[in-house]
Write a protein of this length. Structure first.
Length: 221
């Protein structure tokens, strides 16, 4: 198989896996909106099954073979091309996914689904103890995921990649700690203000083009 043919087959496979994963997204949405609470256990089993199927397909040796074949030629010589970015990101996700056993992926998905509903019920009653046991279970499984990935410094460094690739706990802390100081002070001022704060700035109409320019300036900075 030529590198180009391997790349095209790889993209086809990844798209199908993404479609399967999107079915889980619909089930998640339904769980949080319309699903009766009596269906929580069955829904958790559904989500765990889909997660396992997606994981099994994505970590199959075939995906690794297609990746290697597609990477073997000059398809990604331009690092900014769509092809190069796709191969780089799929390789990154594949290398991480293959470190996780399927049963761990299924169990974490199942338990997290159950935890979602139980957290909602506990929150309504302000009853943390009602949720504590399930939370402990989620944390235990999540630590197993971090250990499977491997980590340096803090276990959460292994998990941050799913949200902010390459970031570390120390870097995130350096951003949020100074913010916390200012926000606590600001909150205190708001609470002690004699009248309701003026929030018209967030209720105005703003030119869309100016918003785009501002957004690009912030991103560049």
């Amino acid at each position: 198989m030529s590198p180009q043919a391997a790349y095209e087959e790889l993209i086809k496979q990844v798209k199908e896996i993404s479609l399967l994963g999107s079915c889980a997204s619909v089930l998640n949405w339904d769980e949080r909106t319309y699903m009766p609470r009596q269906g929580a256990s069955f829904r958790a089993d559904q989500l765990g099954l889909i997660a396992g199927l997606c994981h099994e397909r994505f970590t199959a040796p075939k995906i690794g073979d297609l990746l290697s074949a597609a990477e073997s030629d000059g398809l990604s010589k331009d690092p900014a091309s769509d092809t190069a970015v796709n191969l780089r990101e799929i390789r990154h996700q594949y290398n991480r996914a293959t470190k996780l056993p399927k049963d761990l992926v299924e169990e974490l998905t199942r338990v997290t689904s159950l935890a979602q509903g139980e957290w909602g019920e506990a929150r309504k009653k302000s009853n943390f103890k009602q949720f504590q046991a399930r939370l402990d279970e989620v944390i235990t499984l999540t630590r197993k995921v971090a250990d499977a990935y491997g980590w340096k410094g803090e276990p959460y460094n292994a998990l941050l990649d799913g949200y902010e690739p390459g970031a570390t706990v120390d870097e995130i802390t350096s951003v949020f700690e100074p913010l916390r100081v200012d926000l606590v002070e600001l909150l205190a001022k708001i609470k002690s203000a004699p009248k309701k704060p003026d929030v018209t700035i967030v209720e105005r109409e703003y030119d869309v083009e100016l918003q785009r320019v501002f957004g690009e300036m912030v991103a560049a900075a």
